[in-house]
Design a protein around this ligand. Structure first.
Ligand code: ADP
Length: 565
């Protein structure tokens, strides 16, 4: 049977009320009884003893005092009105009879003894009654003690069980409920609370269980939806033709799709959850992928029994501006690469094939200017100069295109040998002399003292210096000056070309060494935008470094440097 919590508390309080009430009533009852018994002793017996004593005194004084007789009579009357014990009436009647006789003949002392005996009898009877009643009162007190002790013991036991059980009845379910709520807050929706009691707490536990059940249902339906979406995304990622690798914010591997499994030669199941740099220890490709080298975006990977080219993109995945992971995308760019290669080969072939006819045009033009062939008028000479100029430009362009195709196919052939920087400078100065003269530009050279030899390809390095100087001449106003300085800095030999041209806007500087890049607005119909990119490749292939320093309106400084040999 279920008892409501409210009823339990009410019953407990009623019980306590009854305890207090019964203790009070019983206590009052016994106190009342004891006081009644005491009063009776006083009234019934003690008073009779007082009358008897007075009568005995009066009897002693009958012959000497006149009022003794009436004293005796008065007390006898009071005694006659206070007969309470068995046998007391007979003794009192006997006393009255003897006293009447004494009154009739006061001089006769013969019945004094009878009177005294009768008084003593009354005294004895009352004294015995006092003893008896005292015994009775003690008995009542003992009874009260016994009854109250028993009741006290029983009630104490009951109160103790209340003390031990009542807080538990309230606190146990509250503890269980708060534990359950904490679990739910921690998303453990399988938590249920089982309470034996069927009271308000039981109802609360039931309501809690219903709520947890609903939450569980909601969670699992959501989970199913999330799982479905996850598998859909996984399928999409798996079927993509690019390699995709997911890392979490601590660089642990989250997933690999089928393409990247094949490329890396790893199985997703074997490495998910592993720390990527640990995997890189045994896998070169993973190591390359993890390297943060923005310049090296193209990777050559042997896959599908052939060399394939992949571009690497690292995308940061953020949530509320905090990094939660990275996705590495490997895009297969082999077809583009093949097309590019075909284009480079085509350019190389065409440039190579054009070189001979252009050279022969140049040769023919030069022959035409020879007076032995015939004299030319001014207009014809102007035409031939223009043909020679254009042929030179064409040779320049074909030369640059050839160089570029060498760079692109990775076929730069270097003849590295200890070289004197002065030789390189000399070669370059000779090559640009004519151009400089045409624009009336002064080239000042400054060669540092005690320059060490450098380990370099003289041809290619001169080519770079020529390119710097040609640019400086092209992009400077006529009659300005260009400074070439070669100096030693730490263990480096640095080449610096400084012009007084217009300079380059800061935003274009990072792109200046890119292939085909020309600063927008540069009016130069013959520029290819290849010179600086080829220069960069040439210098870096030799282990040197190249740089630019420029500001709009302040001229430009282009430089490169090598370690001393
Ligand atoms: P180009 O054949 O066009 O000169 P480069 O690769 O040598 O190709 O140069 C790329 C671009 O850089 C040029 O088109 C030009 O706009 C800019 N540039 C190069 N050198 C200088 C310079 N000394 N002063 C100003 N601009 C320059």
């Amino acid at each position: 049977m279920s008892v409501r919590l409210k009823t339990k508390l009410s019953l407990g309080l009623i019980f306590l009320f009854i305890v207090i009430l019964s203790f009070g009533v019983l206590g009052l009852f016994y106190i009342n009884k004891l006081s009644n018994e005491g009063r009776l002793v006083l009234q019934n017996n003690h008073e009779s003893l007082v009358y008897c004593n007075r009568m005995l005194q009066a009897l002693e004084n009958i012959r000497t005092r006149k009022d003794a007789m009436s004293d005796f009579e008065e007390n006898l009357k009071k005694q006659q009105g206070n007969v309470t014990e068995v046998g007391e009436k007979e003794a009192t009647d006997d006393l009255a009879k003897n006293f009447t006789e004494l009154q009739a003949n006061p001089a006769d002392t013969s019945n004094y003894a009878d009177i005294r005996r009768a008084v003593y009898t009354i005294q004895d009877l009352n004294e015995m009654a006092i003893f008896r009643k005292n015994g009775q009162a003690q008995h009542t007190a003992e009874n009260a003690k016994g009854v109250l002790t028993i009741i006290f013991t029983v009630l104490t036991l009951v109160a103790f069980t209340f003390i031990f059980n009542l807080p538990g009845i309230i606190s146990d379910p509250i503890r269980k409920l708060s534990e359950g709520i904490r679990e739910i807050a921690g998303k453990n929706y399988t938590k249920r609370i089982y309470l034996k009691q069927d009271d308000e707490f039981g109802e609360l536990a039931n309501a809690f269980n219903i709520m947890a059940g609903k939450l569980d249902e909601y969670e699992s339906s959501n989970l199913a939806k999330v799982k479905f979406e996850k598998s859909r995304i996984e399928t999409i990622i798996n079927q993509m033709r690019d390699g995709i690798i997911g890392l979490d914010e601590k660089r642990n591997i989250l997933f690999l799709n089928a393409v990247s499994e094949k490329l890396l030669g790893l199985r997703e199941a074997d490495i998910t959850g592993k720390y990527a740099p640990d995997v890189a220890l045994t896998n070169d490709l993973v190591r390359t992928l993890l390297q943060d080298d923005p310049g090296k975006k193209e990777l050559k990977i042997f896959a599908d029994n052939k060399e394939s080219y992949f571009s690497k993109d690292v995308l940061d995945v953020t949530n509320n501006q905090t990094l939660i992971g990275q996705v590495i995308v490997l895009r297969n760019i082999t077809p583009f690469h093949e097309l590019n290669e075909a284009k480079t080969n085509f350019i190389a072939t065409v440039s190579h094939e054009l070189k001979t006819p252009i050279s022969s045009i140049k040769m023919s033009a030069r022959l035409l200017t020879d007076s032995r062939v015939g004299s030319l008028n001014g207009e014809q000479q102007e035409l031939i100069r223009s043909i020679t100029d254009d042929a030179n430009r064409l040779l320049n362009i074909t030369g640059e295109l050839l160089n570029m195709s060498q760079v692109e196919t990775g076929k730069i052939q270097l003849k590295l040998q200890p070289a004197d920087p002065a030789t390189i400078l000399e070669q370059a100065m000779q090559a640009v002399q004519f151009q400089a003269q045409q624009r009336q530009i002064q080239i000042h050279t400054a060669l540092g003292e005690g320059l060490p030899l450098i380990l370099a390809d003289v041809e290619k390095t001169s080519w770079v210096l020529i390119n710097f100087l040609t640019n400086a001449i092209k992009y400077s106003p006529e009659r300005s000056a260009v400074d070439v300085t070669i100096f030693k800095k730490d263990n480096q030999v640095e080449f610096l070309v400084k012009d007084q041209g217009n300079g380059i806007e800061e935003k274009y500087l990072p792109r200046i060494f890119e292939k085909y890049f020309k600063v927008p607005g540069t009016h130069d119909r013959i520029g290819t935008g290849l010179g600086l990119s080829i220069s960069k490749e040439f210098i870096e292939a030799q282990g040197g470094h190249i740089w630019v320093n420029s500001r709009l309106g302040e001229g430009s400084q282009f430089g490169f440097g090598f370690a001393a040999a």
